[in-house]
Design a protein around this ligand. Structure first.
Ligand SMILES: [Zn+2]
Ligand SMILES: [Zn+2]
Length: 123
């Protein structure tokens, strides 16, 4: 059963999720700031087996931001889609929550790596 659908900015990459995204986080680390060009990145996690690409999977470009972590983005429009390779949770993938097209209201949003939070973020 499909619970959610998502896509990149140009629409070439589309995906569906078979379960509710979990563990929603605003990550304030410097790598997320750089990659997203923003104050923080918002990710939600889902078992890899519950993520299916409907189109454009071949357009995903991978960047190893550390030894195990791979960040995947659309090679056409640059939209960030995946963060994978956690040694703690090898069977899970983190998805950019803003790429989701279906309504989703997390119960809780956790802020992580706040030690590198930018001073210009309005609270
Ligand atoms: Zn795209
Ligand atoms: Zn981060």
């Amino acid at each position: 059963m499909t619970m959610h659908k998502g896509s990149c900015l140009c629409g070439a990459i589309t995906y569906e999720l078979k379960s509710e995204p979990k563990a929603v986080t605003h990550c304030h680390c410097r790598m997320c700031q750089k990659q997203h060009g923003a104050a923080f990145a918002t990710y939600a996690s889902i078992p890899k087996s519950d993520l299916t690409y409907l189109s454009g999977e071949n357009l995903l470009v991978s960047y190893n931001s550390s030894a195990s972590i791979v960040r995947k983005f659309c090679g056409l429009c640059g939209s960030n889609i995946e963060w994978v390779g956690s040694e703690e949770y090898p069977d899970w993938v983190s998805l950019t929550l803003a790429s989701l097209d279906s309504p989703f209201k997390p119960n809780r949003v956790k802020r992580v790596r706040v030690e590198s939070q930018v001073c210009w973020l309005q609270q």
